[in-house]
Structures are given as C-alpha cells and as structure tokens.
Design a protein around this ligand. Structure first.
Ligand code: NVA
Length: 329
C-alpha cells in the first residue's frame, strides 16, 4: 500500500524558507546550513524512500540534454519515479537548444507543460536564460562551469564515510582534487569552501580553475574557515583524507589533434596507489565516466578505496533532496 506523506511533513524536511529556493543553478547560491540541510535530507530520503513517494505525484519533469549522459539521465529519471513523478527526456534530435528556436521560447513552451526543468547544457548562459524565462524551477544538470548535483552527491558520500575516515564532521575532512580545473572541480571547490572543508586543487599549468571561480571560493572560505590550496605541483599534495579526480578532457573540449599533448601534460597527475599512499588518503572519488589508466588506474578505481559507485547512487538521493525542497516551499 502506498504511504502518503502529509504535505506539512514534507515542508518540515526542506532546509529552505518559503520562496528561498526556486532554482538550483550553481553551488554558490547555497548557505552552509542550507547545504547541510540538503545533505541531511538526501540521507533521510535514501533511508526511507517510501516516505517521499508522493512528493511529485501528478508532476512532470522535462529533462533537456545537450550532451551525453548515463548517471544524470538515469538517476533523475528513476529518482523522479521514486518521488511519484513523471519525467520526459529531450535530447537534441528535435534541434539544438537555441538553434531551432530561442532558449527563452524553449523555456516558455516547456513551462506550459512541465512542473520543473532539468538541463544539461554546453554554456552556463543557457541555464541562466532557461531560469530567467521559465515559470517553473530549473535544475542545472551540468554546464561548462558547474556540476552542482554531482558535488552535492559527493558531500553526501563524504558524510556517509565520516566514521570510516575517523572524523566527527565535514569540517575535519581534507579533500584534494587532482586534474583538470573544470565544472566538477569548480562545484566541489565551491561547496567545500561553503562547508568549511579544507580543499587542495592540483592541476597542471594551463589547466587551473578559472580565476573567477577561485575568487568565489576564496570569499566563501574566508567565511567558513576552509583552507584552500591551489598548486601545479603534484608533490605538494600534503596529507589528505580523500582524493578526487575527473576526466582530463571534458565533454565539449574534445580536440583530437590535442589529445596526445593533453595525455602527456597530465600523465604525472594520474591518481594511483602511490599518490594515495603519499597523501595518506583512504578514499578515492570519481564522478565517472572514468578513463582508466588515464586520470585513475584501473587497480585503484576497482579497489576498496573507491567510492565511485556510492557517489553514483547518491546522485539520485541528492537530486531527490533538491526536488523535494523545490516542491515544498
Ligand atoms: N567534467 C566532465 C564531467 C562528466 C560528468 C565533463 O564535463 O565532461
């Protein structure tokens, strides 16, 4: 029998005040308490999914994908189903976003039918335009600058691993990201800075995070007390609890003529057992898809230290926490 959760119970679980959370576009829109509230809610939904199985009853979610996806597509689709809602996948077969019609018209049309829009796009500007012109909430499912759903799932994962790490809370965790300064590292760094997690970003010269992202993170860290380190020196990794990596070439950045050079430049930045031992890290994280023997060794990815599949599962619970929050204020 379906358990119907009374509306006021749902409202109590949202970490947001009325009208405080209308879109999920970028990590820096959240305060520390809101972020901790979302992490807590994700873990609650994961433990008792049936308590939330009517939150999206009668609601439809339009999912726009300009780029390929496995985890994002499946975790939103199945997560929405677990909340009692319906989702519709919109790939590029009906025309590229902004080409066949304006992004603003796309947003206005979708708002006629959908109760929420999830979008994976090439440019953050498209996310901003969708949010500006849609009359329903918009969730960023990855753009060139951010991957906030991934970072939220990653901090849910670290929270679940606190005991294993011998820590009482996230502010005691030291996290290093090794690799390309990209959308994934931006979101991770910004959330770490909000939460007060010490964060080290190690990238080869020329592949660092954008200065605007570093400035944002520094401002947030000054408030939370997070210590941020930016370096090109892999030997400066220091002591870490967890090491994170992602592809060296993100979707949209592929240039076959540069691949050989990229592989050479990044080779010393491979995350492997030696690096884990040097840093004293016990957890390795990856948003996937993993390019085995490039940014991470197969041996490490398949090892007990890897929480990649826990992160993948937590995408669904983290996103469901966002969906529940958007629909309960
Ligand atoms: N940085 C990667 C993340 C994939 C989930 C990309 O944008 O392709």
């Amino acid at each position: 029998m379906l358990k119907v959760i009374p509306e006021n119970t749902v409202q109590k679980t949202s970490p947001f005040k009325k009208n405080e959370f209308n879109n999920f576009l970028a990590d820096d829109q959240l305060s520390k308490s809101q972020l901790l509230g979302l992490i807590d809610l994700a873990i609650k939904i994961k433990k008792n999914p049936t308590d939330y199985n009517q939150v999206l009853a009668g609601k439809s979610v339009a999912m726009i994908f300009e780029k390929p996806s496995l985890r994002t597509h499946v975790s939103f689709d199945m997560g929405i189903n677990k909340l009692g809602g319906h989702s519709l996948y919109l790939g590029q077969q009906n025309g590229k976003l902004g080409e066949r019609e304006r992004v603003s018209d796309y947003a206005k049309n979708l708002s006629c039918y959908a109760d929420i829009i999830v979008a994976r796009v090439f440019s953050h500007d498209s996310i901003k335009q969708l949010a500006e012109h849609a009359s329903v909430p918009v969730i960023n499912a990855l753009c060139d600058l951010y991957h906030p759903c991934q970072a939220l799932a990653d901090f849910v994962t670290l929270t679940e691993n606190l005991t294993k790490l011998g820590k009482d809370d996230l502010t005691q965790v030291k996290l290093a990201y090794v690799g390309d300064g990209n959308n994934v590292s931006n979101s991770l760094m910004i959330m770490a800075a909000i939460l007060g997690v010490d964060f080290t970003l190690i990238s080869p010269k020329g592949f660092e995070a954008k200065a605007s992202m570093i400035d944002k993170a520094k401002t947030l860290a000054a408030e939370s007390g997070a210590k941020l380190i930016f370096t090109n020196d892999i030997d400066a990794i220091g002591q870490q609890d967890a090491i994170y990596t992602d592809t060296w070439i993100s979707m949209g950045d592929e240039d076959p003529s540069k691949k050989k050079q990229v592989l050479e430049v990044f080779a010393p930045f491979q995350v492997n057992h030696n690096l884990m031992a040097k840093a004293g890290a016990s957890i390795v994280m990856h948003c996937q898809p993993a390019h085995l023997e490039e940014e991470i060794t197969t041996e490490l990815f398949d090892s007990e230290m890897s929480v990649a599949f826990q992160e993948a599962e937590n995408r669904m619970w983290a996103q469901n926490a966002v969906l529940v929050s958007l629909f309960s204020n």
